[in-house]
Design a protein around this ligand. Structure first.
Ligand code: SF4
Ligand code: SF4
Length: 148
């Protein structure tokens, strides 16, 4: 018969097992907590800079939209979340017709946050921000025009 199968051995084995569990409990008791008490802590809540909450169009240093309406983001998007509407204007210098951005439509409700669109953009005209509070009662409100 093994010692752990004896009466005393069983008590010792169970005590050791109990102490192992208590050690883990004690360690976690003194470990700093990472759970966020949202929404009570909304004012101090820290969201990672890398968090992909919503697509937006950052402006250049002159306050202009950087999009050249190439449509690469729309082509890269796997579920048609982006629609790039363009219009043609005549370039005054060259006299040639040129495509410019008219409306940049983004459906937050169908976005998978895969970032394929951002990676495809040659002008860094789109990026993700971390503004995550976007809940609405009507899905239509999640279809947003990004260029103002
Ligand atoms: S993150 Fe992905 S799903 Fe969302 S718009 Fe970009 S490519 Fe489409
Ligand atoms: S956001 Fe970028 S990829 Fe999309 S149309 Fe504009 S320039 Fe092209």
């Amino acid at each position: 018969m093994k010692f752990s199968e004896t009466y005393i051995g069983g008590i010792l084995f169970a005590s050791a097992s109990l102490l192992t569990g208590l050690r883990t409990t004690l360690k976690e008791f003194f470990t700093p907590k990472v759970t966020e008490q949202y929404p009570e802590n909304r004012a101090t809540l820290k969201i990672s800079e890398r968090h992909r909450a919503m697509l937006y169009m950052p402006l250049d240093e002159n306050g202009n939209n950087k999009c050249i309406a190439c449509g690469l983001c729309q082509s890269a998007c796997p579920n048609s979340t982006i629609i790039v509407k363009t219009k043609n204007i005549v370039d005054e210098e060259s006299g040639k017709s040129k495509k410019v951005l008219d409306e940049y439509i983004y459906d937050l409700g169908s976005c998978m946050f895969c970032q394929l669109c951002v990676n495809a953009c040659p002008k860094d005209a789109i990026a993700f921000n971390n503004q995550f509070e976007n809940a609405v009662f009507d899905r239509k409100k999640l279809v947003i025009r990004l260029n103002k």
